[in-house]
Ligand binder design. Sequence first.
Ligand SMILES: Nc1ncnc2c1ncn2[C@@H]1O[C@H](COP(=O)(O)OP(=O)(O)OP(=O)(O)O)[C@@H](O)[C@H]1O
Length: 306
Amino acid sequence: MSNVLEVNRLVKRYGDKIALENVTFSVKSGSCFGLLGPNGAGKSTTMKIITSIIEANEGTAAVFGKDIRKEADAIRRQVGYVPQDITLYEKLSARDNLTFFGELYGVRGKELKTRIDEVLKQVGLSERGDDAISTFSGGMKRRINIAAALLHKPKLVILDEPTVGIDPQSRNHIFQMIRELKASGVSMIYSTHYMEEVEALCDDIAIIDHGKVIVQGSLDHLLGTYATQAIYMEAEGLTQAPALPGVNKAYADGKGWVLECSNVLETMGGASRILEERGLPVKSLEIMRPSLESVFLKLTGTTLRD
Ligand SMILES: Nc1ncnc2c1ncn2[C@@H]1O[C@H](COP(=O)(O)OP(=O)(O)OP(=O)(O)O)[C@@H](O)[C@H]1O
């Protein structure tokens, strides 16, 4: 699979502050790539460099094999960028806003009208096209913001924290739209500080913190390599975590116990035997799903700050 984006050793300084330090990653064609990191990690800065809104001090980036410094205009025609901030005219209708953005992207006339209908449908707002943006909820405005970036049928869509502060219904629409775009072959870069979004949507990810890429790879690979393995057990009268071989750490969680271990099946077996021997009524005995939260914790020593 070829890469739609190659980012190589990007450095960005704001005065004395280093916002990006040798950021390197690549995005495979047709994939949804998650850029995961806490506030201030450098996600927006990276996206703005890729879309030529700001310039890096050092390093290179190529979109569809084109150098961002030399072929910014050609790249812009193939890329849809959804900024974090909503940039719509409140008094104009959704349709008029989309007309404005479509023309900026060089789409005009009948084709633009058709595309506006299509993108309104894509973001689930066909019924609201003629209403003024001022009557929209925050989530709906964000969906129109996304629609604006799709009018010229970009092959790569870059979304900067598209779900921050929005209602669950809009969030579901955005998720659905991302899945549909992916199914149609569009590549995406999706930045967020919500781990569960990356787990739900992305194939590959880069975890970024303090301007550095800490790790990148497929979600499965990262979870398999770095996530903590654990089981959860809960039983009536189980007042202490049982001492079992292979358990690295045990702590109370709700009414039961989490046992972090190196071999979940072995620990499950041990836990099951102990409960049986003691004759304690079991409420729950399960393998915990590996999480990105534990990957982040293991690699940075901190939880994802908000
Ligand atoms: N124009 C600027 N001038 C000075 N510092 C900046 C500027 N833009 C960003 N920074 C700093 O660069 C660092 C990276 O910011 P960036 O916005 O890229 O992070 P982010 O991961 O997108 O976080 P957020 O979710 O808060 O937007 C932060 O410390 C930020 O304060």
